[in-house]
Design a protein around this ligand. Structure first.
Ligand code: NAD
Length: 255
């Protein structure tokens, strides 16, 4: 698959890594459909890239809202052959000053959005992709999820976030094997530290020092570097069922 042929559904596409992905797809000649809760940012992107971007407000945890967004994406672009699951939340961890283990309600909310929301979008989108015509390689589409390095080495206060992202990484291979029978690939990217609004919500001290802890290139990742990997995954048919760390070799030390 080539990115310029993509009609992509991007959850969380109104901000950060998702927005960078939308921009890259459109720059390369593809089309994007943004599914996000943030109406202000989403509508702004739709206006800025009119004709190539459509926004719909939807919550990834709602089957009805996601199904309706997917239907509109298919009505708009005839089909969708690419999904990038970026929607997610990161509750304050110890770095942001909280102590102790989450309440059950906090834990459930993070799992609901980051893990179940990702599965919800993936499942409903895959159903529609199964109707696509195969390309010459037998492919009907590609789904890319977003985990985090916290799936592998989470910090104090990140139990819910780490569990949600480990769940995303863990479901990637079995779903990829299952959807391979339909010509749909499934991959997951596990970013390290990227400069996005989510990162900007950390305290100033953490924001100023964390970049230096990345062995190379000794800075935070740019969202465009995430989008670069999305493109590489789309265009390489051998990449399937894998979770790729995109983190400059950072390994978080317990704090
Ligand atoms: P961001 O906050 O800039 O963007 C997240 C987007 O998701 C927002 O536009 C938000 O409105 C949307 N969203 C949140 N809950 C939603 C819901 N229930 N339904 C629909 N949309 C919803 O964050 P980001 O840094 O771009 O993060 C994108 C993804 O990457 C997240 O899953 C995050 O956990 C993951 N990630 C980010 C980093 C980082 O350093 N920025 C590192 C590792 C993983």
């Amino acid at each position: 698959m080539k990115i310029n042929d993509c009609t992509a559904l991007i959850s969380g596409g109104a901000s950060g890594l998702g927005e960078a992905t939308v921009r890259r797809i459109v720059e390369k000649g593809g089309k994007a459909f943004i599914l996000d809760l943030d109406e202000g940012k989403g509508m702004k992107l739709q206006e800025e890239m009119a004709g190539s971007v459509v926004f719909q407000k939807a919550d990834v945890t709602s089957e009805e809202e996601v199904a309706s967004a997917i239907q509109r994406a298919v009505d708009t672009y005839q089909s969708i052959n690419m999904v990038v699951n970026c929607a997610g939340i990161a509750p304050p961890s110890k770095v942001a000053g909280r102590k102790g283990v989450h309440s059950l309600a906090q834990f459930s909310k993070v799992i609901e959005i980051n893990l179940i929301g990702t599965f919800n979008v993936l499942r409903l989108a895959a159903q529609r992709m199964q109707e696509n015509e195969e390309n010459e390689l037998g492919e009907k589409g590609v789904i890319i999820n977003t985990a985090s390095v916290a799936a592998f080495d989470g910090q104090i206060g990140q139990a819910a976030y780490s569990a949600s992202k480990a769940g995303v990484a863990g479901m990637t291979l079995p779903i990829a094997r299952e959807l391979a029978r339909d010509g749909i690939r499934v991959m997951t990217i596990a970013p390290g530290l990227f400069h996005t609004p989510m990162f900007d919500s950390l305290p100033e001290e953490a924001r100023n020092t964390l970049g230096e802890s990345v062995p190379f290139p000794k800075r935070l990742g740019n969202p465009s570097e995430y989008a670069q990997l999305v493109e590489a995954i789309v265009e390489n048919p051998m990449l399937n069922g894998e979770t790729i760390r995109l983190d400059g070799a950072i390994r978080m030390q317990p704090k």
